[in-house]
Structure formats: structure tokens, C-alpha cells
Write a protein that binds this ligand. Structure first.
Ligand code: GLP
Length: 232
């Protein structure tokens, strides 16, 4: 696992944006897995400023809240506002976890597809953040390392952490659909973005500590192609 400590948030954002740019330029038909939250916002701004050609890129979001998707707090609204409406990506090429979950997984794999665009099998590049309890996507502590896309109940800590995006803590959805840890681990390359001292301790546990389902991000130690980017 390559661990990179960057000077500040600006450098974190531009470094990861450069990785996405390289991927898209090298392979315009790339399948990307994309995160939400506050950490990737700067990276999306950097990406938009690069004016890349997104017309052949296919994206999959890691997770969605179970909520009305037209509300501004939905991850669908977040992606439209921060990336999709600011690039030339085709609406049909951006996917959020959907039911039946096996069909979503098939779309990622590229199996059972007649779509000629679907030329690569699986996700080429997956960008992740980490929750304060060590979750990745919405795989909360205790999630099986073999888990696939599914409906989950959110941890109390996650609901508290994410309340800042809602009117109140009671307004935060309690359920979500998330890619599983097994789904994420099938990605060819994974980049973990971590911003801020408050995440340093959980990051250290995840990447240097024991590999345990109690810290979902610790599964990344088993992946052959993971890069971690951190700034204080
Ligand atoms: C949410 C998302 C995660 C994200 C996490 C951290 O819970 N489901 O994918 O990694 O938030 O977000 P932030 O970057 O805002 O700390």
C-alpha cells in the first residue's frame, strides 16, 4: 500500500484529480467508482477545471441514502451539482446503486450487457473516503468482507457525522444502499482520500492495524493496488 502525505487540502484534491485525469486520458472508456462527502469536493472542482472529455466514461457511485433523490442532500443531487452537470458525461453513463442489486453488480462487471460501450470488466479506478468509524462507502463496522451491494442500516455515529448536511440529526436517513466491501475490492485500483487530523487515528488503525471487520477500511490492506492520500 502506498501512503502519501500531502501538504494541504488543495494538494490532496489536485493529486487525486490528476490520477483520475491520467486514467481517463489513458482509457477513455474507463469505469470509475466515485465517492461523496466533503473530502472529494475539491477534487471534483479540480476535475471540472481540467475540462476532460467524459463522453465515454462510465461512473458508479459507492452508495446512496434511502431518501427522495430530488432533495439536495441526496447523493444523486450531490453528484449532479458537483460533477455531472459540469462535464459532458452522458446521463445514461452515471449509475447509482439500484435494485435488483445483482443487476447493479452485473453492470459493474460488464456481464449480461449488450451495451457496446461496456468494454471493460469491472471498475478501473475506485476513489474512496473514510468515515470516522472506519466505514468505506456505507459499509459500517461489522460488515462482512465478502459483502456485495445491499441495503444497510446506518450506524449512529454515521448519522451524527452526516447530520451537518441536513436540517437536524432526525432528518438524516437511517438506511442506505451501498456497494459491498467485496464489490469495492474487485476494483483494479483503489485510491483512498483522507482529509484532516480528526481522521488520522482511524486511518492509522485501518492501514497499519489488524485487519478486522470492526474497521471496514482495514480490508484495503489486502488489495494489491491501493494508494492512500492524506493531509492534516
Ligand atoms: C459518507 C459516505 C462515505 C464517505 C464518508 C466520509 O458517510 N457514505 O462514502 O467516505 O461520508 O465523508 P467526509 O468526507 O464528509 O468526511
Amino acid at each position: 500500500m502506498k501512503i502519501n502525505v500531502l501538504k494541504n487540502y488543495k494538494e490532496l484534491s489536485s493529486t487525486v484529480a490528476d490520477i483520475v485525469e491520467t486514467q481517463i486520458k489513458k482509457h477513455p472508456l474507463s469505469k470509475l467508482c466515485l465517492p461523496t462527502g466533503s473530502t472529494p469536493l475539491g477534487m471534483y472542482d479540480e476535475l471540472v477545471n481540467k475540462k476532460l472529455d467524459w463522453k465515454s466514461v462510465i461512473t458508479f457511485n459507492l452508495d446512496v441514502y434511502l431518501m427522495n433523490i430530488t432533495r439536495p442532500q441526496s447523493y444523486q443531487s450531490y453528484m449532479k451539482k458537483n460533477l455531472f452537470d459540469r462535464t459532458n458525461i452522458y446521463p445514461d453513463h452515471s449509475h447509482f446503486p439500484f435494485r435488483p442489486f445483482s443487476a447493479f453488480e452485473d453492470k459493474i462487471d460488464g456481464t449480461n450487457q449488450t451495451d457496446f460501450m461496456n468494454t471493460t470488466m469491472g471498475i478501473d479506478l475506485c476513489i474512496l473516503g473514510i468515515g470516522s468509524n472506519g466505514h468505506i462507502a456505507f459499509n459500517e463496522p461489522g460488515s462482512s468482507f465478502k459483502s456485495r451491494t445491499r441495503l444497510v442500516n446506518l450506524d449512529e455515529q454515521t448519522i451524527i457525522d452526516n447530520a451537518r448536511f441536513f436540517d437536524s440529526v432526525d432528518d438524516v436517513p437511517t438506511q442506505a444502499i451501498t456497494m459491498g466491501l467485496g464489490t469495492i475490492m474487485d476494483s483494479k485500483k483503489i485510491v483512498l482520500m483522507v482529509n484532516g487530523l480528526k481522521k488520522k487515528s482511524i486511518l492509522n488503525q485501518a492501514i497499519l492495524g489488524i485487519i478486522t471487520e470492526d474497521i471496514p477500511a482495514s480490508i484495503l490492506q489486502k488489495h494489491k493496488n491501493v494508494e492512500v492520500y492524506y493531509c492534516d
